[in-house]
Design a protein around this ligand. Structure first.
Ligand code: SF4
Ligand code: SF4
Length: 456
C-alpha cells in the first residue's frame, strides 16, 4: 500500500491504484474468453457479453500470456487491465457465468415481444428440390384471418405484450398479397396503433411477387426486412427456380430487390445464398453487382447457408471466405457467421412466438412435418388464446443446452445449444459439427465485419 501511495501523486490516483490492486485479488478470466491469432492480429472475443477487440499480434500475445500466467496486470498496465475489466474479459471471482447464461435464457424466452409467423399458403410458384414443403394448393380463409385477429386482441389485452412482429412465410406468402397479407397487416397495425404497441412486418420470400405495386405499399404496411434466397450463381439459381414464361428467376428476384430498396429507404435485405459445394463460384458477385447499385449495397447483407442435405467439407471454407471478401469489397454487408445474441437457440423457444398455418393450425417449428399434421400442435380458441396439445409450447421452451457438453463449451452463449425440435426428439449432437467453417475463422470474420461497420 505504501508503494502505491509513493507512486501515485494525487488522492484520486491513490484510490484508483488501490482499487486495481484490491480487485485483482478477486478477478478471474471469463470462461467464455476466446483468443485467436491470425496474420498480424490477435482477436479477443467474448460471446456472453458480446465484447470483441483486435490488437496487434505482439501486444495481444503478451497480454494473453500475462493473463494465462496470472501476472499482476493491474501493476504492469493499469490501462489495459481496466479495459479488460470494463469489457468483462476479467470478471469478479465469485461470478457464476453458467448461472448467468441460464438467467439470460429465462429472461429471453419470457420477453413480452410477440412474434407471429403467418403462412397464407403452403403453395409456391417454384418447386426447389431441397424444399421440405409439399406444395399443396391452399389459401388462408376469412375465418382463419378472423381467428388471427382474435389472437392479436388476446396478446394485446390479456398477455399485455410490448411489441408485435409478424413474419410472412409459406409456401410463397406474396402469392396472396391482396387477399391475406395486405388486409391482415392493415387490421393488425390498426390494433397495435390503438394500443400504442410498436409493430414490425417482415417476410421470407422468393421475391417473385414483389412487384412495383406491392413495393409502393410496403412503407404503409410497415415492412422493414426481407429474407430472400439465391440458390447459387445465376445459372444454378435458374436450374432450381424456374417457371414457364420466366426468363430468369435470378434477375427477377434482384430487379425486385432493387425496386424495394429504391422505394423504401428503411428496408434492409438478407440475401441468403443456399449453397452446395457445386453451385457457388465467384461469378455470383458480379451477377449480383450488376443488379444492385452501390448506393443500396450497405442495406443488403449476404449470408451463405449450406443446404441441409449437403455433407460437410471443411476445405470449402476458403472458397466461402474469398467470395464473402469480394462481396465486402463491393460494398455489401456480409455475415459468414453471426453469434446468437438473443440467448435463445431459436425463436421457437420464446413463449410469445407461434406460427399460424393457412388452415388455422398453430405450430412452433416451420421446418418440419408439423405443417402437415392432421392433429395440430395448437389451436386458436374462441377468446383468442392458444390451446397447446400436450404442453407442446413448454417442451419447445426447455433449455437444450443443459447437457454436459454444452455447459462445458466455451461457445455456449453464441450458440445456446441444439435446435429445440431436435431436443424434444432427444437427439444429441453438436451444432458446429455440421458447418463447413471453423469456429475461429467465423469469429475473425465477425469481428472484422464489426470493425468495418464502425468505420462506415
Ligand atoms: S451445441 Fe455444440 S457448440 Fe453449441 S453449446 Fe453445445 S457443444 Fe457448444
Ligand atoms: S428446425 Fe430447429 S432451429 Fe430450425 S426453426 Fe425449427 S426448431 Fe428452430
Amino acid at each position: 500500500m505504501n508503494k502505491i501511495i509513493k507512486f501515485a501523486t494525487t488522492q484520486r490516483e491513490v484510490i484508483t491504484y488501490y482499487h486495481i490492486i484490491v480487485s485483482l485479488v478477486y478477478m478471474k478470466q471469463s470462461r467464455y474468453n476466446h483468443y485467436i491469432e491470425n496474420g498480424d492480429w490477435s482477436y479477443w472475443y467474448n460471446p456472453l457479453y458480446n465484447q470483441f477487440s483486435r490488437l496487434p499480434i505482439e501486444l495481444g500475445r503478451k497480454l494473453n500470456s500475462f493473463l494465462d500466467q496470472h501476472v499482476d496486470l493491474g501493476n504492469v498496465s493499469p490501462v489495459f487491465y481496466q479495459k479488460l475489466v470494463d469489457s468483462n474479459f476479467l470478471i469478479e471471482e465469485d461470478v457464476d457465468e453458467i448461472e448467468l447464461v441460464r438467467s439470460y435464457y429465462q429472461k429471453a424466452i419470457e420477453k413480452k415481444n410477440a412474434f407471429l409467423i403467418i403462412m397464407p399458403t403452403l403453395n409456391c410458384n417454384y418447386k426447389c428440390w431441397y424444399c421440405i414443403q409439399d406444395h399443396i394448393v391452399s389459401m388462408m380463409s376469412n375465418d382463419t384471418m378472423e381467428a388471427i385477429l382474435r389472437h392479436v386482441d388476446y396478446m394485446i389485452n390479456v398477455e399485455k405484450i410490448e411489441r408485435f412482429h409478424i413474419d410472412w412465410f409459406g409456401g410463397e406468402p406474396f402469392r396472396f398479397y391482396n387477399q391475406v397479407i395486405k388486409p391482415l397487416s392493415k387490421s393488425i397495425i390498426a390494433k397495435c396503433n390503438e394500443a400504442g404497441i410498436p409493430f414490425k412486418n417482415s417476410s421470407t420470400t422468393n421475391a417473385y411477387f414483389l412487384t412495383d405495386k406491392v413495393s409502393k405499399d410496403l412503407e404503409e404496411l410497415k415492412f422493414s426486412f426481407f429474407q430472400i434466397t439465391l440458390d447459387g450463381d445465376k445459372l444454378n439459381h435458374g436450374q432450381v427456380k424456374f417457371m414457364e414464361g420466366l426468363d430468369s428467376a435470378f434477375d427477377r428476384a434482384l430487379i425486385n430487390i432493387e425496386r424495394i430498396l429504391e422505394d423504401n429507404k428503411d428496408v434492409t435485405i438478407l440475401l441468403r445464398i443456399n449453397y452446395t459445394h457445386k453451385n457457388l463460384s465467384s461469378s455470383i458477385v458480379e451477377e449480383v453487382c450488376c443488379r444492385i447499385p452501390l448506393k443500396y449495397r450497405d442495406r443488403v447483407t449476404i449470408m451463405p447457408k449450406k443446404v441441409w442435405q449437403e455433407g460437410v467439407d471443411k476445405s470449402f471454407e476458403s472458397v466461402l471466405c474469398n467470395i464473402m471478401q469480394e462481396f465486402t469489397d463491393k460494398g455489401f454487408r456480409v455475415s459468414l457467421w453471426s453469434p446468437i445474441q438473443s440467448f435463445m437457440p431459436c425463436y421457437v423457444s420464446s413463449k410469445y412466438y407461434k406460427a399460424i398455418n393457412f388452415n388455422g393450425n398453430v405450430l412452433k417449428c416451420t421446418a418440419c412435418n408439423d405443417l402437415y399434421c392432421s392433429e395440430p400442435r395448437g389451436v386458436i380458441c374462441h377468446d383468442g388464446s392458444i390451446r397447446w396439445l400436450d404442453d407442446f409450447d413448454k417442451k419447445t421452451s426447455e433449455a437444450s443446452f443443459e447437457t454436459e457438453d454444452c455447459l462445458e463449451c466455451k461457445r455456449l452463449p453464441a450458440c445456446m445449444g441444439i435446435c429445440p425440435r431436435d431436443h424434444i426428439q432427444k437427439m444429441k449432437y453438436c451444432k458446429y459439427n455440421n458447418e463447413d467453417g471453423h469456429f475461429e475463422t467465423s469469429v475473425i470474420a465477425y469481428i472484422e465485419e464489426q470493425y468495418r461497420r464502425m468505420r462506415d
